[in-house]
Design a protein around this ligand. Structure first.
Ligand code: FAD
Ligand code: SF4
Length: 364
């Protein structure tokens, strides 16, 4: 199936500095509101209900068929929307949350290893080096775009000999130029006071002279890392919250420490610089932004005993519910996930249109 394509205007300002985390003033970026939504809007069957939050997928008495979804609108009014087909595309964590709340699939039990929903949640580990250049080399960090970066792929798992390293997996090393945002961007050397005149002076001195080398690495799935429903805490709708049980494991820490050393070596090779090694955090913290590359929890597989969805992203247990997103990835590949997410979604959409719509039922 060939996806429809919509023309977009060119980037007007070349590195306006707002390319990441903001809407594009020119409509140049390939955001869904520029690419997919305008095409969908021309379809007479399409209706977009904004500010609608789905709370649950409702099943019939057999628990093998979805009949509707419950959602609330912006003013808190609750609706039940009947449905022949339900496609969950609410991102990794919300997809898993909705599956657990709706009783679709068997929740994963880390003690027995049985069950599938919430299993194989994985993430990426980061480390690197911060390089302070001398004052003759301004880096103009305010000019950048979200995706502008140099990436070294030589340490991706299949590109180097793991023998002496004592870990499996690998990753990429990146030097990004995303556009230094006001307020957010103020790198200073270690030892600088966290506020006051000295901090302001260090910020001004270093603004133009800092670059960051960082790795983005593979993350294996472990039995002890999983998602489930919180037995205590509830959200504003009275539903059990999603609980994440996750920490870095020995393999990932070894890997990230090796990568920090490599980043230091690369930094030093630039000459006339001060290099600060950024060791990986020993334990995971949800607070600092690391990446939005969460994976797993509703993984794809050929065996219903160990996976939530089949190769078409159709749930094994409720064939009229499909689940799209990186929650289908059984391991974290250490790369940016959205390309493979789009590819698997395209495959799923093709199967829905060409197979499921003609003969609803299990596709695998
Ligand atoms: C700052 C940032 C930078 C990133 N950079 C990159 C990058 O460089 N490369 C890359 O590959 N990926 C990147 N990502 C990750 C990328 O955004 C995700 O992989 C991608 O958006 C996932 O697509 P998705 O459709 O699964 O989920 P999303 O794009 O998150 O879409 C889910 C949608 O569902 C809606 N939703 C959620 N819950 C409900 C509910 N209960 N009811 C109704 N609607 C709901 C949400 O509002 C949202 O619109 C980045 C993410 C962030 C935040
Ligand atoms: S730099 Fe990015 S956000 Fe700015 S106009 Fe160009 S494409 Fe749009």
């Amino acid at each position: 199936m060939k996806p429809p394509v919509r023309d977009r205007p060119a980037c007007v300002c070349r590195y306006c500095g707002f390319c990441e985390n903001y809407g594009c003033e020119a409509g140049a970026r390939a955001s869904p509101n520029q690419t997919v939504m305008p095409l969908l809007a021309t379809n007479p069957n399409f209706e977009l209900r904004t500010h609608a939050r789905v709370l649950k997928v409702n099943l019939d008495a057999t628990k093998k068929r979805a009949v509707s979804v419950t959602y609330v609108d912006a003013s808190g009014r609750e609706f039940e929307q009947p449905a022949e087909l339900v496609v969950l595309a609410a991102y990794v964590l919300s997809n898993v949350h909705l599956l657990l709340l709706s009783g679709i699939g068997k929740p994963f039990d880390p003690r027995t290893g049985e069950g599938t929903v919430g299993r194989s949640y994985s993430y990426q580990i980061r480390s690197g080096a911060t390089v302070f250049t001398d004052k003759s080399r301004p880096l103009n960090p305010f000019m950048g775009t979200g995706a502008l970066q140099g990436v070294i792929d030589d340490y991706y798992p299949y590109h180097f000999d793991h023998g002496k390293n004592g870990f499996i997996g690998g990753g990429t090393i990146q030097c990004a130029s995303g556009g230094a945002r006001p307020i957010e961007y103020h790198p200073v050397p270690p030892g600088t006071p966290p506020w006051g005149t000295e901090w302001k002076r260090a910020m001004v001195d270093n603004y133009h002279h800092v670059l960051v080398l960082r790795n983005q690495s593979t993350g294996m799935a472990y039995r002890k890392n999983y998602l489930d429903l919180d037995p205590v805490h509830r959200d504003g709708f009275g539903r059990p919250m999603l609980r994440m049980t996750f920490d870095y494991q020995e393999n990932e820490l070894k890997l990230a420490n090796r990568f920090a050393d490599i980043c230091v070596d690369i930094g030093k090779a630039m000459g006339n610089v001060k290099v600060v090694r950024e060791a990986p955090a020993k334990n995971y913290s949800i607070v600092p932004y690391q990446s939005t590359h969460n994976t797993g929890g509703a993984i794809m597989g050929a065996d219903r005993a160990t996976s939530v969805v089949n190769r078409y992203l159709q749930t094994w247990d409720v064939p009229n519910v499909f689940v799209l997103g990186a929650c289908a990835f059984p391991q974290n590949a250490g790369k940016n996930p959205t390309g493979p997410v789009a590819a698997t979604v395209l495959m799923s959409a093709e199967a829905i249109v060409q197979k499921y719509a003609k003969s609803p039922g299990a596709l695998a």
